[in-house]
Design a protein around this ligand. Structure first.
Ligand code: SUD
Ligand code: ADP
Length: 297
């Protein structure tokens, strides 16, 4: 018997970052939007814990106990006094180390899949608490849709989304380390007064009404200057997508994936083609949002 869970990637339509806290994390107003690029995680009973991964970026995914899917299985097993004897297979389609929360997605998916496989009877709140222990972005991968994340991003308030948004994602060569990007944010803001992060009312309205033009005008990412500082070539990718007709362009989370909001599916294909021929990225993917959270297939 095996269980498969499908789980989406995310883009941060607003990422407001406060000053570093004493624990090293940053308080956020993190407006997550799940997008329709998916990993699939399948769990099967096995002798001991084993992880495999398939897909074009599989070689970049760690297959040891640091994998967030393994950590999720171990955390759930420990709580319920079960041995984590499971083969976890990740069919990976979400760019790795790209600021689209692929590892977090696999953590949430493995947790839900193991919960079903082992019939632990864990409540949704228990699963969300384990997600928050695994990482700041993991609870959102379980929930999907759109949500405001406060604290370090793990405390979620769902947001209703009143329409469909079309995106193009330009996948960069190589990844960016999330702690390195936050570290660069600290370096760039040193000596300045970093305001407390707050969600933008205009952005929340644009999501609720499904207004693409209003959302385009309200997108923001406080980590973008840090990502551009560490990877200056991303400016060329952002310019190429904008020149091709994207309504707005920004770095996705800590990057280096760049996100382009476009008017419709036709425009998405045009912008993706232009990005591919521009030579400023490794791949370009189209996707729509919102997407549902981790769910059993
Ligand atoms: C930037 C964001 C935006 O959604 O995601 P990515 O773009 O990387 O996917 C998140 O804040 C990443 O969340 P996640 O990748 O889960 O981070 P965690 O594992 O919790 O933390 C990794 C490291 O990132 C930094 N970190 C993370 C979250 C936060 N609120 N403040 C931080 O300073 C810390 O250095 C921490 O040690
Ligand atoms: N299941 C997983 N898939 C991808 N990366 C993982 C996974 N588990 C742990 N990682 C580690 O997390 C790092 C960040 O990967 P990822 O979550 O894809 O990107 P990001 O944090 O930028 O959204 C990777 O470089 C990898 O070492």
């Amino acid at each position: 018997m095996s269980v498969t869970v499908r789980v989406p990637a995310k883009v941060n339509v607003q990422l407001a970052v406060g000053a570093a806290r004493p624990d090293g994390f940053h308080d956020l107003a993190n407006v997550f939007l799940a997008v329709g690029l998916y990993d699939e995680v399948t769990v099967t009973p096995a002798d001991g814990l084993r992880i495999t991964c398939s897909g074009p970026d599989a070689a970049q995914v760690p297959l040891d106990a640091t994998n967030l899917a393994a950590r999720a299985a171990i955390a759930l097993a420990e709580r319920h006094g079960i041995a984590p004897d499971v083969h976890i297979h990740i069919a990976k389609d979400i760019p790795v180390a790209g600021g689209m929360a692929g590892g977090s997605a696999d953590g949430a998916a493995a947790l839900l899949a193991c919960d079903a496989l082992w019939s632990t009877g864990a409540t949704r709140d228990e699963l969300l608490a384990i997600c928050a222990e695994l990482g700041s972005d993991v609870p959102f991968s379980l929930v999907g849709g759109a949500a405001l994340g406060t604290g370090r991003g793990e405390r979620l308030t769902p947001i209703d989304v009143g329409g469909t948004f079309h995106w193009v994602f330009a996948v960069a060569d190589g990844g960016l380390s999330t702690p390195a990007v936050y570290g660069e944010f600290d370096r760039l803001t040193a000596g300045t007064d970093v305001p407390a992060p707050e969600a933008s009312p205009a952005l929340l309205d644009a999501l609720r009404t499904g207004d693409t033009a209003a959302l385009a005008g309200a997108l923001s990412n406080d980590l973008q200057p840090a990502a551009l500082s560490l990877r200056p070539s991303l400016a060329d990718t952002l310019a190429a997508g904008t020149a091709a007709g994207a309504l707005a362009a920004l770095v996705s989370g800590s990057g280096p994936t760049t996100a382009f909001l476009v008017a419709d599916a036709e425009s998405a294909h045009k912008v993706a083609e232009a990005l591919l021929t521009s030579g400023t990225c490794r791949n370009a993917r189209t996707a729509v949002s919102p997407a549902p959270g981790a769910s059993l297939v």
